[in-house]
Ligand binder design. Sequence first.
Ligand SMILES: [Zn+2]
Length: 230
Amino acid sequence: MDQRLHSVISELKTHYKPADGYDLRVSYYTYKNVSHTIRLRDGIIYVRISDKLTDAPDETIRAIGVILFDKLFGFKTCKDVRNSYRTYINQFVVPNLPAVKTRVARGYSAQGKYYNLDEIFDKMNRTYFSGTVSKPVLGWSLKLSKRCLGFYDQSRDLLVISKIFDKKRVPDYVREFIMYHEMLHIIIPVKKVNGRRVVHPPHFLKEEKSFRDYELAQKWLKKKLWRLRF
Ligand SMILES: [Zn+2]
């Protein structure tokens, strides 16, 4: 446990009334990406902060804490806090990330025939993650596939969405849902349970349902996907 990290976050916790009565576990975590997560389970709030932030000043750690607690309790984070976080990341973290992105993603493009994945990613990031998910390499799939709707490859930090969705006929909420689902894979890594890989653990499925048009998207995928012509 990191003492400084723990004291900054637990001090912050006292400002959140709904957090009363919950225990707190705070740790740095090695995400491939600059991500941070918060989770409430069995009366314990788990906060995990990207280990790329170990040198960050208290102010930045506090900003992350505010963003995460706000998210957990459904408060809107004020702009100043988000900006202060972004400014630090862009200035001190992003330049130090390994520059593997352009090399491994050859062939993939975020710009489709009709839709741009950068824009969809940014919108989902703002709406559901308070802008805390750092951008992976984004690309429409190279082949048309109905079986693989999308994937996130952690080793390349590559998020791909099947280009069957790059069509005017496909409603925005479907593209956004697929993006949202793949973004959850960035912050909820694959779990090993008894040697078995669990790709969609229960709390993944729970988070997935907080997508605003979850039911609509499910319905569309069930009914319309197979009718899409290539
Ligand atoms: Zn998945």
